[in-house]
Design a protein around this ligand. Structure first.
Ligand code: UGA
Length: 446
């Protein structure tokens, strides 16, 4: 572990708060700021409103140890900081490009007040060239701006921060790149990649666009599986054993969503267009992804006889994935909205969402309550306990025993044994599933 440094983290969203608490865990003295006073008031009284595994505990522990403090003043946070992390929102602007107004405003605000020879580190996902832009705005020749993109998945952000695959640092000065690398411990002990600033900024976009493309690919193969009677789980397992491919990010589902992939793929296209490149592949991926979400709506309609008007649809899961309460660009929400537009009544349950957050959707507190009198059950988010339910009991509550499993989390045999019609994503048109038991060395159809 390197020596303790004074660090300011500007922004207290799930990225900023995870970075702040994680750096405090690494024994640095951290001050985290946010212009939203209500957030800072909550955090100062020990309330963490973000659903993020392990974050509340880590924040409370670091506050108790005196290594993490909060303030609503950016200037107070940066006043004697040696390193300033920018973890600011970069929402999608109207033309698809990220809206950098928060980053620009903060750069203007803090520029004159930064400590001598401090380093500003950009964690937010920002277009290539932003570090240079921030440097120009701050107009402080003694202050460097370094890119250090985050690779924190919602739901596992703390673990991703503390045990990263690698840490990417983009710095045009080798010395400052190393100073930032040392914040994470001895650079020779951990997986730090120091690159030039522009490349680091692009690595982030390239990763998210690649992962989105990979998911669209697997969802496309899932579609083909349904048509030919193959099973996507078997196909994905078979693909994943090729070490060049690997097993991660091959779960077929209702299309990708969330606060990052949709925004970042659009931003990449926009960025490429401004320099005369047409990334047709990513455009196709975005289009195909929308089609994969809509296919789930068609599956629900088919499950109730072709028309959802007047039907009751029980929905398990609204968040864009398990482990978070984030509804931004959630495929589940898109499907629910589309079902409502077609005249369905939707009753939903999500373990992380307590308040009615969607117009016209009745949110219930128990998954069983969603199913009472329902014509079909749609599993839209892969919360682990959805696979543990007693389907016979669920079936008794419903008007019709029918499941559309957009996450392939329900055991098909259990569903069939409990008298359900089961439809997954790419699990075969005959409702049977062929599982390849790799560990036991068995193969073939069951
Ligand atoms: C993503 C990246 O994974 C992080 O590395 C990155 O730091 C983050 O964006 C960001 O840019 O801030 P996140 O948006 O939290 O993280 O979610 P993911 O876990 O990547 O999932 C994205 C979408 O893909 C979700 O809708 C999820 O359900 C879907 N997905 C993921 C699948 O359908 N199948 C899979 O096998 C994996």
């Amino acid at each position: 572990m390197g020596s303790s440094r004074r660090i300011a983290v500007l922004g207290s969203g799930y990225v900023g708060l995870t970075v702040a608490a994680g750096l405090a865990f690494m024994r640095h003295e951290v001050v985290c700021s946010d212009i939203a006073e209500s957030k800072i008031d909550q955090l100062s009284s020990g309330i963490v409103s973000i659903v993020e595994d392990g974050l509340t505990e880590l924040v409370l522990e670091m506050v108790a140890k005196g290594r993490l403090k909060f303030t609503s003043s950016n200037l107070e946070a940066v006043s004697d900081a040696e390193f300033v992390f920018l973890c600011l929102p970069t929402p999608q602007g109207r033309d698809g490009s990220p809206d950098l107004s928060a980053t620009i405003a903060v750069a203007r605000e803090i520029g004159p007040h930064l400590a001598r020879n401090s380093i500003v580190i950009n964690k937010s996902t920002v277009p290539v060239g932003t570090a240079h832009k921030v440097r120009d705005i701050m107009n402080r020749p003694d202050v460097d701006v370094v890119s250090n993109p985050e690779f924190l998945s919602e739901g596992s952000a703390v673990l991703d921060f503390l045990q990263p695959d690698r840490i990417v640092i983009g710095s045009d000065s080798r010395e400052n790149g190393l100073r930032v690398a040392e914040l994470y411990g001895d650079p020779t002990d951990h997986k730090c990649i120091v690159t030039d600033t522009l490349s680091a900024e692009l690595i982030k976009y390239a990763c998210n666009a690649y992962l989105a493309t990979r998911l669209t690919f697997i969802n496309t193969i899932a579609e083909l599986c349904e048509a030919v009677g193959a099973d996507i789980r078997t196909v994905a397992a078979g693909m994943g054993t090729d070490h060049r491919i690997g097993t991660a990010f091959l779960n077929s589902g209702p299309g990708w969503g969330g606060s990052c992939f949709p925004k970042d793929t659009e931003a990449l296209i926009h960025m490429a267009e401004t320099v005369g490149c047409d990334i047709a592949l990513v455009k196709t991926v975005i289009r195909a992804n929308a089609g994969h979400t809509e296919r789930i709506v068609e599956k629900v309609a088919a499950a109730v006889g072709g028309n959802v008007a007047g039907k009751v649809v029980a929905v398990w899961g609204l968040a864009f994935k398990a482990g978070t309460n984030d509804l931004r660009n959630s495929p589940a929400v898109k499907i629910v909205t589309s079902l409502q537009e077609r005249g369905a009544t939707v009753r939903a349950y999500d373990p992380a969402i307590e308040k009615d957050s969607l117009d016209g959707v009745e949110l219930v507190h128990f998954k069983e309550d969603a199913c009472v009198g329902a014509d079909v059950l749609l599993v839209a988010t892969e919360w682990p306990d959805f696979s543990l339910v007693d389907l016979a009991t669920i079936g008794e509550l419903m008007s019709h025993r029918s499941i559309v499993d957009a996450r392939n989390v329900i055991e098909v045999e259990d569903a069939l044994n409990a008298g359900f019609d089961y439809v997954g994503v790419g699990v075969g048109r005959s409702n049977t599933i062929r599982l390849l038991n790799l560990e036991a060395g068995e193969g073939g159809a069951q």
